[in-house]
Design a protein around this ligand. Structure first.
Ligand code: FAD
Length: 480
């Protein structure tokens, strides 16, 4: 059994920031991650994180807030937008760059270089070439490993949140409000489950993209924390808002790999199989810089009307102004590994499930409706993104809410005593000793992923589509 002040479940930008800052404020922290530390969506983030603009006067919290609201289709929570726009960019510079030393690309003045991204009205995105998330995750990993107040449990998966009355021994607790006291954790190397009890538990388990057939997310993004919170009766909101990234590399039979927004931000064009630039038909004002949902639907619509299996991203407009080898080395390399020459030929792309805008409903400090439970990062819904996330805001949201949740959790710990473990049920191993059939499990996974893609994807349901009529060709193409 483990006991601590703050139990953090997940070790991406949100979990690591929470763990670090809680430890900095004096808490004893345990951080459990399902796989090895660093196997996160954060590591895969390419484009960047909203920072401060290179030149003063070119941006403002109000302008950033407007961009977030516009992308969110008017469904954002104003308090969350205002908070992030006011505090986020400065925190990004001060904590990630100045304090943790994240190696963002630097401009001529020695400050982080700010680049442009789609649907942003200013150049305000910090980046580390085209592997920004990896640079951030590595700096965070180092910092959590170096902090003696943080105990890291790798290969340690949340099975269920421990709540009273559900896991309490006293049946009369059923009359009290539900309280979260930690989690049951599965050691995935030996199959044992142990109890981790904590004064405060912070869910930071990330998103659920891997529940979809086509996704930019890694296999760990299966919505475990969301499911556990739901079982514990936490309030879940906005689950219908799953964001699809418009441009993932389309190679038949291979996992989809994201091609960052920054390519379009810097001037790449979308063309159809005939080489015609088509965004003018769907978003004449913003063209390729329209928000993700608009571009994703436009690509689908174009594929539907042309019968093409994919659209194409043409990098040739960038060649005159940008050193592509220096700016996007990982993307160029990924294309070349597939036998493509992205400097000479347009890159085949399709949309894929990318980001979960909904989640466990939280306030401005990460508190959920369940006493004892906080949530941060992609598993949480702060209301910042509304119906659709503006590019490069989710890393910042994880950072800011991680910071604020740490402060709230440590404050709560000061007035909370740990529940005696005798009052809780230990984990009861299953009595059925049959070994599960891996083929059956694989089959169930395929069924879940196909069902979500077909019935909770860009296409609403058979024969109905957001915006235009789908064709069977299109739907078949998406399955390949
Ligand atoms: C390809 C790609 C590119 C992206 N590019 C950008 C970008 O440029 N800018 C931007 O702002 N956002 C980007 N995003 C989105 C962003 O990366 C994520 O929203 C963000 O990293 C989520 O951070 P997180 O800390 O909430 O979760 P994650 O970073 O996903 O971390 C989740 C953690 O939870 C752990 N976990 C999961 N289940 C369990 C369990 N059962 N028990 C214990 N631990 C568990 C995992 O092991 C992991 O440590 C991108 C996403 C992808 C996939």
């Amino acid at each position: 059994m483990i006991a601590c002040d703050v139990l953090v479940l997940g070790g991406g930008i949100a979990g690591c920031t929470t763990a670090l800052h809680a430890a900095e404020l004096g808490a004893d922290v345990v951080m459990a991650v399902k796989d090895a530390l660093g196997e996160t969506n954060t590591t895969y983030a390419q484009g960047g994180i909203v920072g401060l603009p290179g030149e003063e006067g070119l941006d403002s919290p109000e302008l950033l807030a407007q961009d977030i609201e516009r992308a969110g289709a008017g469904l954002c929570r104003p308090e969350a937008v205002e908070l992030l726009a006011r505090l986020g960019p400065t925190l990004c510079r001060d904590y990630l760059w100045r304090k943790l030393g994240v190696p963002f690309d630097i401009d001529g003045t020695g400050a982080p270089e700010s680049t442009q991204e789609a649907a942003h009205s200013a150049r305000r995105i910090y980046h580390a070439k085209d592997a920004t998330g990896r640079a951030i995750q590595e700096a965070l990993n180092q910092a959590v490993r170096d902090n003696p107040r943080i105990r890291i449990l790798e290969h340690s998966a949340l099975v269920d949140l421990i709540t009273v009355p559900h896991h309490g021994r006293d049946p009369r607790k059923v009359y009290d409000p539900i309280q979260v006291w930690g989690a049951y954790l599965l050691d995935t190397t030996d199959g044992t489950v142990q109890m981790a009890i904590a004064k405060r538990t912070v869910l930071a388990t990330g998103g659920l993209g891997y529940l979809y057939l086509h996704t930019s997310n890694p296999p760990s993004a299966t919505g475990d924390g969301l499911a556990a919170a739901y079982r514990a009766s936490a309030r879940i909101v906005n689950c219908e808002y799953v964001q699809f990234h418009p441009t993932t590399l389309y190679i038949q039979g291979k996992p989809r790999r994201l091609l960052t927004e920054a390519l379009r931000g810097e001037g790449a064009h979308l063309v159809n199989g005939a080489g015609e630039r088509f965004m003018g038909k769907y978003a004449p004002d913003q063209m390729e810089l329209a928000p993700r949902d608009v571009v994703s639907r436009a690509i689908f619509q174009e594929m539907a009307s042309t019968g093409d299996l994919c659209a194409y991203l043409d990098l040739s407009p960038l060649k005159a102004t940008l050193d592509l080898e220096a700016r996007f080395p990982n993307i160029l390399e990924a294309c070349r590994q597939e036998g493509l020459d992205p400097l000479r030929q347009p890159i085949p792309v399709v949309p894929a499930a990318h980001y979960f805008c909904g989640g466990v409903a939280v306030d401005s400090q990460g508190h959920t409706n369940l006493p004892g439970l906080l949530a941060v990062g992609e598993v949480a819904c702060t209301g910042l993104h509304g119906a659709n996330r503006l590019a490069s805001t989710s890393l910042l949201e994880g950072l800011l809410w991680g910071f604020r949740a740490a402060e709230a959790a440590v404050e709560d710990c000061r007035v909370t005593s740990l529940i005696p473990c005798e009052e809780l049920e230990p984990w009861h191993p299953p009595t059925n000793t049959l070994v599960p059939d891996p083929l059956l499990i694989e089959q169930d996974w395929n069924s879940i992923r196909t069902t979500l893609w077909n019935y909770a994807g860009i296409v609403l349901q058979c024969g109905r589509w957001l915006g235009a009529a789908p064709t069977l060709t299109l739907r078949a193409a998406c399955r390949s």
